[in-house]
Structures are given as C-alpha cells and as structure tokens.
Design a protein around this ligand. Structure first.
Ligand SMILES: [Mg+2]
Length: 421
C-alpha cells in the first residue's frame, strides 16, 4: 500500500458555485465581486481571457463587461460556505485524513491499493467530487504538502494533466520544480523570493538543492522546513482537528453611510446575532466582547473610529446576553455628527460551551436563556435564517452591505430553492 498527501483545490470556486445552479453560465465569462459589489474576486477562464484581472474595481472594467456580456455576481457567502461543506463531506468518502485548509482547499491523506496508481485514484476523486457536488477540482499528489501544492499549481498551467498530477516520482519532481518559480512555492512569498533571487535562487529546484545551513541561517526554521519538504521529507503533518479559533469577528462595510445610532444599533445587533450563532454551532462561548465603529477613512468627512472591550464575568453563548453587552458598548462609543462606514463585533477568549462554570447569581436565568437559544437555532436551521429573531435584530436596513447581483441562496434558504416548472 502506497501513501501520499494530496491537495484538492476547487477551480475558480465562487464562479463554479454560481454555475452549479445555473448551467447557462458554463462557457460564459463570469466574475464574482467582493462585498458591496466592489472588486473582482473570482473569475472564470473566459473572463480571464478578456483581461479582467483579480482585484479590478467593477466600475473600471464596465466597458469590457458590457461589450462581452460578462455575467457579474455579488458574493453569495451562504451558498459558497454551504457548497464548501459539501466538498469536505465528499472528501471524507475517500479518506478519514482530511485537513480543511481554506474554503476551497483541503489536504487528504491517501492510500492506494498495489494495482492502483495515484494518478488514477486522483482522477477518480476528481470525477466523483464533480458528480456529487457539481464543483470542478484539481489535485496535486506527492510525499509532502509543499510538493503537492507545487503539483496542483502545475495542473493549472498544463491542460494535459487534466487537473491531476501525481508528483511522487523523484525524476518528475526535479523537472516540475525546475519549471516552478521559487516565489510560487508554498510559504516562500515575495519577501523571501527577493532574498533568494539575490542569492541566485530563482527556481524551486534550486531551493530544493540549496545548502541547508545557508537556508537555515537566512530563512530560519520556516525556510529549512520548506527545503526538507521539497526534498520529499514531510515536516508538516496533516492536522485533522485544527485548533479551535480563539476569536471570531463579524463586521461589514455598510451599503450607505450611517449617521444615527438607531441604524448602527440594528447593524450591531445583526452582527452580534451572526457571531453568536457561529459560536454556538462550534460549541464555544465568549469571555470577551469587543465592538468597533469607524467612518470612511478614504473620504474628506470628519474622521472618527473607536472600540470598546468588555470582559465578561461569565463566558456566554447566549445571543440575548451578548446583545445586551454590544448595545451597551455601542452607546459608549457612538458620537453624533459623524457618517459611519463600518461596524463590527468581535467575540474573544472562546471556551468550550459545555465547560462553563456555574454562575453564582442568575444561573437559572442563564440556563433558561440557553434553552431558548437552542430552540431558536433549531427553528432557524429548519426554516431559514432569522425566522425567529430578537426584536433588536432587523435585517434588511439601508445599512446592509450592497449585493445587488447576488444569486439565490439555493441551498440554505427555503424560499430561494430552485423551482422546476
Ligand atoms: Mg481554488
């Protein structure tokens, strides 16, 4: 039985998600925009061919968009997040060794039978994942995470690979590393790339064959690890249970500038609710609550930004309690006479929710609040977000982030599912 590490990366993930429920987009130029419909953050191959670059503001490329009938979407994170979970579920069909690395990438620990090549196995995974989720992926397979990343990147530039490259063979490694610019190696980046270029190292192969002591001296332990990994010696094992996040933030830029505290209150209440829901799903309670507000620092308006942090006597995961804290916090930092662009809620010092200490006062009340939250979560899960909500939470205000071109939340909102006539 042979073993290897694969990286699976969804191709043009956000665009691919849009295409799952709207196959008419296949073969068309498609782009997805950042929050408030600002800049391009995902492009189809056809859009790339029109020279629509990543990060380009929509208004600057409006001519190209109109002339070529480019399909433009606001980002639909509910859809992308849900399809991302489906991808992960699909990966678990092949191996229990899954490390979710980002919204569209995961490392898999693979084992093959003696009569099966890694390439064939990779092609099988790619085909099944596409069949189950509708999202096309590409795979790089090798002895280490760093080499797998090199392999996956290589498939993007070489159509002949059909999206799967088995880079477990050493001779293959040498020729692929030769063709890979050193700054494209995982963990190198532009800063180290410059340093290495100064020493005459411009390809990944040169870095692999570089003097270990020199690398250790100039790029410390991070660099030494990269070199080992390029040599096929695994230094970065799969992390099956990534460490629980220590904090969570929910913040957005508003769709319009907001002047009055009533509107800010609505926004902060919505963010608080979202952050609290996320924490409960992860079974974590927060010991510290922080909120911040700021004006638009790119405008000529008078500027103001501020934040306030409350350390709670008892950690909590109750929306009801957190709403009371963030409301109080907002009252403290709000100043009239400014036009606010952004607000956010941060929950810190997260601890497992089932290990909360008994409260000296009000424990019964807290338990009641938690039972209420549990019921609310269940109803909202079944019937869609905000079916039941606190009165302070009023989604749909003017302040809401602009997303005029968002597709339907096909998989998470009952009244937005696809209907077949
Ligand atoms: Mg991707």
């Amino acid at each position: 039985m042979a073993q290897a590490i694969a990286i699976v990366n969804a191709n043009e993930f956000y665009v691919s998600c849009e295409r799952v429920f709207d196959p008419g987009l296949l073969g068309r130029p498609v782009v997805v925009l950042s929050n408030n419909d600002g800049c391009i953050i995902s492009r189809s191959r056809e859009a790339r061919a029109l020279n629509l670059t990543m990060g380009a503001p929509l208004f600057k490329v409006q001519d190209i968009v109109e002339a070529n009938d480019v399909a433009v979407f606001s980002s639909n994170y509910q859809l992308y997040g849900d399809l991302s979970l489906r991808l992960v579920e699909a990966f678990y069909e092949f191996t229990p060794d899954v490390e979710v690395y980002s919204i569209d990438e995961a490392f898999l620990g693979l084992e093959t039978h003696p009569d099966q090549s890694f390439r064939d196995y990779g092609l099988e995974i790619k085909a099944k994942v596409y069949q189950w989720t509708g999202v096309p992926c590409s795979l790089g397979i090798s002895q280490t995470k760093t080499l797998s990343k090199v392999a996956q990147r290589f498939t993007k530039k070489h159509a002949a690979a059909q999206g799967v490259l088995d880079l477990t063979d050493q001779a293959d490694q040498t020729s692929v590393l030769e063709e890979t610019p050193v700054e494209d190696v995982w963990g190198v980046g532009p800063a180290y790339g410059k340093l290495l270029a100064g020493a005459g190292i411009t390809t990944a192969r040169q870095l692999r064959d570089a003097d270990r002591r020199w690398v250790r001296r100039r790029m410390i332990v991070v660099g030494a690890r990269i070199v080992e990994e390029l040599r096929g010696i695994s230094c970065l094992p799969l992390e099956r249970c990534p460490q629980a996040r220590k904090s969570v933030t929910c913040s957005r830029s508003f769709g319009v500038l907001v002047e009055f505290i009533e509107e800010l209150r609505e926004a902060v209440a919505v963010y608080t609710t979202k952050a609290a829901e996320r924490r409960r799903r992860a079974r974590l309670a927060a010991g510290v609550v922080r909120i911040f507000v700021s004006t638009n620092r790119f405008s000529a308006d008078p500027q103001y930004s501020n934040s306030v942090t409350f350390e709670l006597a008892y950690a909590t995961d109750s929306t009801e309690e957190l709403l009371a804290w963030t409301r109080k916090a907002l009252e403290r930092i709000y100043r009239p006479g400014y036009r606010y662009k952004k607000a956010g809620v941060m929950l810190n010092h997260l601890t497992p929710a089932d290990e909360l200490t008994t409260r000296l006062f009000g424990d019964e009340r807290f338990e009641r609040s938690r039972r209420l939250m549990k019921a609310v979560d269940e109803i909202n899960r079944k019937f869609g977000r905000d079916t039941v909500r606190f009165d302070a939470v009023r989604p749909g205000g003017r302040w809401e982030t602009k997303c005029l071109r968002r597709s339907r939340r096909y998989t998470t909102c009952l009244n937005e599912v696809l209907r077949i006539a």
